[in-house]
Design a protein. Structure first.
Length: 264
C-alpha cells in the first residue's frame, strides 16, 4: 500500500501589503528579484498588465498549505513566484501521488479558467515561498478576451499535460532510482538554491513508493557524490551525475520547459 501524504493543518496563505509596490509596467520591476520569476506574468503585454495588476495580491505560501482540493471550486488562481506546488491525485483511502509540479513557470487553478467547475487534484505547497493570487473570475474574463493571457495559458496547459503524461509513464516504467533522479532535477530546476527542504518520507509520498526505497536510492546517489542528505534537507552537489542516472523522462520535461520559455 502506498503511503498517504501527511499534510499538517497549515495556516492559510497570508496576504502581504504589496498593493503600493505593484508596478505600472510589466516585468514586476519594483518587486524583489526573487518574486519576479513567474513567467506568465512577466510575458504579459503592457495593456494586459494594466488590467491585471490591480487584481494581483502577493501572498505567503508556507510548506504544506493546501491551495485546492479535488471537486471543490476555488475562487482564486495562483501564480507561484518562489513557491513550488505539487498537484496530487488522491485515492479513496487517502493515499496521494504527485502527477505534476508547478513553479514560477505556471499557475494553479487552470480548470475554472478553461470552463471546468473544479480541479480533480489537490494542490499542496511543496516548497514554501510566495505567489501572486487573483480571483478566478477576473483571470477567466481576461482569458476570454482572446488576448495574450489566452495564448500564454493555452501554451502552459499544453506543457502541464505533457508533464502529467510523462510522470505517469515514468512512475510505471522506470526504476525508483531513475524516478528519484528525475524528481530531484525537476525540483532544483524550480528552486532558488541547490538545497531542498524535504524528507525521504515526503518524496516517497510524492512518488507513491515506500520510504525505505527512497532512502536506499538516496544513499546510492550520496555515495556517487551527486547529493548530500541531512535531516530534512537534500543538497544537490553534482547535477551531471543525476542527469546521467535519470531516465529519458527528464530530458522530455526539460525540453518542454525550454519550449514553454521560448513561447512566453
Amino acid at each position: 500500500m502506498t503511503p498517504a501524504l501527511a499534510v499538517a493543518n497549515p495556516r492559510p496563505p497570508q496576504a502581504l501589503s504589496l498593493r503600493a509596490a505593484l508596478p505600472s509596467r510589466p516585468r514586476l520591476a519594483l518587486v524583489d528579484p526573487l518574486l519576479r520569476r513567474n513567467r506568465i506574468l512577466q510575458a504579459l503585454t503592457d495593456e494586459a498588465w494594466a488590467r491585471m495588476a490591480p487584481q494581483l495580491q502577493l501572498i505567503e505560501c508556507p510548506t504544506g498549505t493546501i491551495l485546492e482540493e479535488p471537486g471543490v471550486p476555488s475562487p482564486y488562481t495562483y501564480f507561484p513566484a518562489d513557491a513550488v506546488v505539487s498537484l496530487l491525485c488522491v485515492t479513496h483511502d487517502g493515499a496521494a501521488s504527485e502527477v505534476a509540479r508547478v513553479g514560477p513557470e505556471g499557475m494553479i487553478g487552470i480548470s475554472p479558467i478553461l470552463g471546468g467547475p473544479a480541479t480533480s487534484n489537490r494542490a499542496v505547497v511543496q516548497t514554501g515561498g510566495h505567489a501572486f493570487r487573483a480571483r478566478a473570475d477576473g483571470i477567466r474574463a481576461e482569458f476570454e478576451s482572446g488576448g495574450c493571457m489566452q495564448r500564454l495559458l493555452l501554451r502552459y496547459t499544453q506543457s502541464l499535460l505533457t508533464q502529467m503524461a510523462q510522470t505517469a509513464v515514468c512512475n510505471r516504467r522506470h526504476s525508483l532510482h531513475q524516478q528519484l533522479c528525475r524528481y530531484l532535477l525537476t525540483s532544483i530546476d524550480r528552486a532558488v538554491s541547490n538545497t531542498l527542504a524535504i524528507t525521504h518520507e515526503r518524496i516517497a509520498a510524492m512518488l507513491g513508493v515506500r520510504r525505505e526505497g527512497v532512502t536506499e536510492c538516496a544513499g546510492q546517489l550520496q555515495r556517487l557524490g551527486a547529493i548530500h542528505c541531512s535531516r530534512g534537507h537534500i543538497a544537490v552537489l553534482d547535477r551531471t551525475v543525476l542527469e546521467a542516472n535519470a531516465c529519458e523522462c527528464y530530458g522530455v520535461l526539460r525540453g518542454e520547459s525550454h519550449h514553454l520559455q521560448a513561447a512566453v
